[in-house]
Design a protein around this ligand. Structure first.
Ligand SMILES: C[S@@+](CC[C@H](N)C(=O)[O-])C[C@H]1O[C@@H](n2cnc3c(N)ncnc32)[C@H](O)[C@@H]1O
Length: 413
């Protein structure tokens, strides 16, 4: 491992007392302590210090990582009996996370193996603010809290010991990039091994590339894998419109599923270039080779409006926008945007064709989203039929309410 930039983990602790409400919440498994829930700290701490939470009788409640710059002041690692946070603790947690994915890697879709999946899903796997995605032999570790930076040497060493892993790439989120750079950890730095980006991996038996050092998130939107499979299964003989396509996960599954044509729409021209390459990686499949491909760079709303004006129609329409609401005050605007997208997209589906719409806005709950989409479709005289409502796949477990962000509707209209 390239240890040069990383300091050894600190053995620094801060004692924390919290409100009664917060005690109740963390004892029932919630992984966050907000700044407003903190009654007192023993002293000012640094990012990554172990925050030991005590109750009024000075009994141990739990331990987490301190992030003084974040409203989520402490991300809990463990609640219950006192426990050492050492290499053995991290190793156990990584093993549990890996075991939870084994079924997916070994058995799902027998002839269509998957080597790209989320190995560690943040707080849902007990690693609040840390994501690890696996693309074949390469792990991409992304931090969403500077609290992880001092703990990386031990974590990276353990992750690199996972069977078959040859390289580990570091990624930082927007809010952690400056702190990480300050420690020599530039976004995209290769910490273990060497890689030739983009990295090739398989998803449901199809070959994709992930720009692990520069791509959005960690290089691929892994959370839509199962939905792509479902869309692929419904695409034979159809023209397919993939809106907010990014690197073409849906379009590639549709092509492999026998779509006659795929049209991809995204604002990002580089993502569309990668999408063409992804289709190309699978061109030896007869179905993909036969499928015609069109890409459109532009704002999805404007493109959809134009397609409606042109009275275009498709056998399958896929709508997978970015998050529209990460804060409560954005919820109303997000629902308005979903309504608009449903209205435009359903008009573009041939009668009896398939319509798919997803939401990754954590502030819009599943019922509200499904009701919004259903009402708009019904209002157009195109009620949802044979509807499937999907959520998180096995490698994106959800263990607390805020962890649930993905929901999607797939239906005939
Ligand atoms: C959640 S990702 C889509 C993931 C993709 N469907 C897949 O399967 O990998 C959202 C995508 O929307 C694109 N995007 C964001 N705003 C957009 C807009 N107004 N019009 C078109 N594309 C947009 C982003 O570039 C990004 O690629």
């Amino acid at each position: 491992m390239d240890q040069q930039a990383m300091n050894p983990p600190p053995d620094r602790r801060v004692a924390v007392r919290v409100t009664k409400d917060a005690l109740r919440r963390i004892r029932s498994g919630h992984p966050w302590l907000f700044d407003r829930s903190i009654v007192s700290f023993s002293h000012d701490g640094a990012p990554g210090d172990l925050a030991i939470v005590f109750d009024d009788r000075r009994a141990f409640v739990g331990v987490g990582l301190l992030d003084p710059a974040s409203p989520i002041r402490v991300r809990l690692l463990h609640v219950g009996k006192p426990k050492s946070i050492d290499a053995a603790f991290w190793a156990d947690k990584i093993e549990v996370a890996a075991a939870g994915r084994a079924v997916l890697v070994d058995t799902q879709h027998d002839d269509a193996p998957t080597t790209g999946y989320r190995l560690i899903n943040g707080e849902n796997d007990g690693f609040g603010g840390l994501i690890v995605d696996r693309y074949g032999m390469v792990l991409v570790l992304k931090v969403y809290s500077a609290a992880w930076l001092p703990h990386l040497p031990v974590l990276v060493e353990l992750l690199a010991m996972q069977p078959g892993v040859e390289a580990v790439v570091f990624r930082s989120s927007r809010n952690t990039a400056a702190a990480a750079r300050g420690q020599g950890l530039a976004d995209g730095r290769v910490l273990v091994g060497a890689i030739a980006d983009p990295v090739l991996f398989t998803e449901n038996g199809l070959v994709f590339e992930a720009a692990t050092r520069t791509g959005q998130k960690t290089g691929h939107f892994l959370d839509q894998r199962e939905n792509r499979w479902l869309v692929g299964e419904r695409s034979r003989g159809s023209s397919v419109l993939d809106v907010f396509s990014c690197t073409g996960g849906f379009a590639t599954h549709a092509a492999a599923g026998g779509a006659s044509s795929v049209q991809l729409v995204d604002l990002n021209p580089y993502a569309l270039e990668a999408a063409r390459r992804n289709l190309g990686h699978n061109a030896e499949r007869a179905d993909v080779g036969r499928c015609s491909v069109e890409t459109t760079t532009g704002d999805a709303f404007a493109v959809l409006e134009r397609l409606v004006r042109e009275r275009r129609s498709y056998g399958v329409v896929v709508i997978d926008p970015p998050s529209f609401a990460s804060r409560a005050d954005q919820t109303v605007g997000a629902i308005r945007a979903y309504r608009r997208l449903t209205d435009l997209a359903v008009r573009l589906v041939e009668p009896g064709g398939w319509f798919f719409q997803a939401s990754c806005s954590s502030r819009v709950d599943r019922d509200t989203f499904v009701e919004t989409v259903g009402n708009v479709a019904a209002g157009l005289g195109r009620p949802l039929q044979d509807a499937l409502v999907t959520g998180h796949a096995l490698d994106h477990p959800v263990t607390f309410p805020e962890g649930a962000y993905l929901k999607a509707v797939l239906a005939r209209v």
